[in-house]
Design a protein around this ligand. Structure first.
Ligand code: ZN
Ligand code: ZN
Length: 352
């Protein structure tokens, strides 16, 4: 009899079912099967379930922020063996195309993703007991980092890549984070760990702002209750060195540009929809407006995120608000819609 596993299978928009599906099989030399312990629930997953993003091929197994234990390896796998505790990068890459050769593996011309969004080649993800990936996507999980905390590696790596690698945040910089839900809080933790000066959280949810204060924001601004620009400048009269848009709505991107003073750096981090905003060319020139954007992750960013957790500079456990067993994934979908949450992790097989 064919062996099966439990998986949350998306059959259509708003049609997520717990099914028993065939176990993934090793097919080529560098394949790895990972027994999933925990997987972060990302807004991307929620958007796929609700049909907010339409680029989904059914049936689909979502979940692209996993940690787990290596169950089986292909004959060419050299650096991992069954029993190893691992963190899985969702984006696979070839290593040889012009982008991979310079380290931009997230631009890879032959990319695949396990459960994520971006590449056209989408493999089943980690809202399941097991998943198939490749050796290039694996990282050893430090012993002192729990499987749940490790499931936050991919979004944490994105925050490191955006703030540190691309926007080159410096110790002492005054930083504004617009949107302090899951990913924005991670940006805040990275900014804190990197020695931010004043660190201002902007969000229309008081729940999110309470969390931001508890995690080290030196000031908070609620644009639903006050003029956001005035409030930010009341806290930072000289204006921010860096503004990170980690919210998503176009209004947040517009606020990001409004908060500038001369030399302010922007990072367009949260928006994924195709909406426009205007920049005055001459003004941007004379202000020396500097804009970065950041999506996805790279092996470098994953390694840095793991180091931040291993050394205790960032404790991702602090942003986990819900741990939901795979069998109750529909509860996780409901909680995703609520403003009273931070990061949700879906655990499989009693992760600790
Ligand atoms: Zn994600
Ligand atoms: Zn490539």
């Amino acid at each position: 009899m064919e062996k099966t596993m439990l998986a949350a299978v998306l059959h259509d928009f708003d049609d997520l079912r717990l099914d028993h599906v065939p176990l993934p099989q090793v097919r080529s030399h560098d394949d790895v099967i990972v027994r999933i312990k925990s997987c972060g629930f990302c807004a991307t997953d929620y958007k796929a379930i609700k049909g907010i993003r339409r680029n989904v091929t059914f049936p689909a197994i979502l979940g692209h922020e996993p940690s787990g234990i290596v169950a089986e390896v292909g004959p060419g796998v050299r650096h991992f063996q069954p029993g190893d505790h691992v963190i899985v990068q969702p984006s696979g890459y070839c290593g040889y195309c012009p982008h991979c050769r310079v380290g931009n593996t997230h631009y890879c011309q032959h990319a695949f993703t396990t459960g994520g969004d971006g590449p056209e080649d989408v493999w089943p993800g980690a809202f399941a007991e097991y998943m198939l990936t490749k050796e290039c996507c694996l990282f050893h999980k430090p012993a002192g980092v729990s499987f749940h905390a490790a499931a936050i590696t991919e979004p944490l790596s994105g925050a490191w890549k955006g703030l540190i690698q691309y926007s080159q945040m410096q110790p002492g910089d005054d930083v504004v984070i617009i949107g302090v839900g899951g990913i924005g809080l991670l940006c805040m933790l990275v900014a804190k760990a990197a020695g931010a000066g004043r660190l201002i959280a902007v969000d229309s949810s008081e729940y999110a702002l309470d969390n931001a204060r508890a995690l080290g924001a030196t000031g908070t601004v609620n644009p639903a209750r006050q003029d956001a620009k005035e409030a930010v400048y009341a806290l930072i009269p000289d204006g921010p060195d860096l503004v990170v848009e980690a919210a998503g709505p176009i209004a947040a991107v517009k606020l990001m540009t409004d908060l500038r003073r001369r030399g302010t750096k922007w990072n367009v981090f949260g928006i994924t929809t195709h909406e426009t905003f205007e920049l005055d060319g001459g003004l941007t020139h004379f202000l020396e407006g500097r804009m970065d954007a950041s999506f996805g992750t790279t092996p470098l960013a994953m390694a840095k995120a793991i180091r931040l957790m291993e050394t205790g500079l960032v404790d991702t456990e602090k942003i986990i608000s819900h741990r939901i067993p795979l069998e109750k994934i529909h509860e996780a979908v409901e909680i995703m819609a609520s403003p009273e949450r931070n990061k949700i992790v879906v655990n499989v097989l009693d992760a600790t």
